[in-house]
Design a protein around this ligand. Sequence first.
Ligand SMILES: [Fe+2]
Ligand SMILES: [Fe+2]
Length: 361
Amino acid sequence: MEKLLTEYRKNLGDFEIVEFDEGRAAELQSQLDIDVPVDLHWTWNYASEAEELRALYERGKRGQWNAETDVDWRIPFPRDEWFLPKVGLQLMPSVLDAMGADDATCRAAAFDEFAWTFSQLLHGEQGALQLCGQLTNACPTMDAKFYAASQVVDEARHVEVMAKFLQRKIGTIYPISPTIKLLLDKLLEAPTWKMKTLGMQTLFEGIAVGIFDLIQKGSTNPLLSHVIRRVKQDEARHAAFGILTMRRTVKEATPEEMVEMEDFAFGVLEALNANQQLDMLQLLGPKYGLDPQNVVQMLQGVDDWGKFNSEVFMHTVVPNLARLGLITERTEASYRAVGIMWGDRFGAGIDSDVQASLRPQ
Ligand SMILES: [Fe+2]
Ligand SMILES: [Fe+2]
């Protein structure tokens, strides 16, 4: 199987990384027009064919909220206070603390890194908005079209709330990471609604649920906690749509289609992981005296590297793929080899918000 983003790969110790130079990153960021195939599908069956999706659509309608009026934007987000744990969650403050940096330096690095991560989540939300628009066209049943259309509104709200958070409370929106831009374009360019659903609803939404849950559990700022709580409840419905749709898709798939989906899932996650936050470290590391490649090499030398590296993946996306039968004996060892899978392939169980969204009304 050929890996994604092959032209940006190089070896760093025993690990293969994906890395961009500044010029190429800028080129990718300025590529705004993407030629994407969308199979538009009409249906004349207005009755419900997939009841579980209709139920999720109802849940989505009840769960609507207003990013302007349901968020108390007066709550401050101070630059000089800790809002996430100093060590363990964010990369730069953890490394700087281990190197003996003072608290103010760690805090400044934490703020910058958070601004970068939150900017990537914002750009990812725009990707989800675009992709759900495609799904509204391409999905075959009215239930799926209804659901995708309701998700379009959810994703517009997420773009709105995150852009406002960055503009009003942080003051910076960082450009999209070139790795994320290329992978989002891959999902938007995927030829069928099934592959688009696998890519966005199962892979990216699954990672999003993991990141949002880790931020939510660590956040000590009430505004951040509130915004993340709201967004994550929506994302859990989206992840549930991915699971429900992929369950049907997997049941009907031929062995060749299964191999295609298994390889696509591994390819996207592996490429994302191969960047090892280098896109962030290249931009922000030098400000704090951190050499990006040194940081990555140092981390990979730590005992149990795979355990903390896999945390976001093992939260939701990998266990979901395993439950769907999209991680098999053929591919499991590759997941483990690159530090995406660790311990039990089913992780610690289903996220409680995703579980709630899967429950019948
Ligand atoms: Fe979203
Ligand atoms: Fe979403």
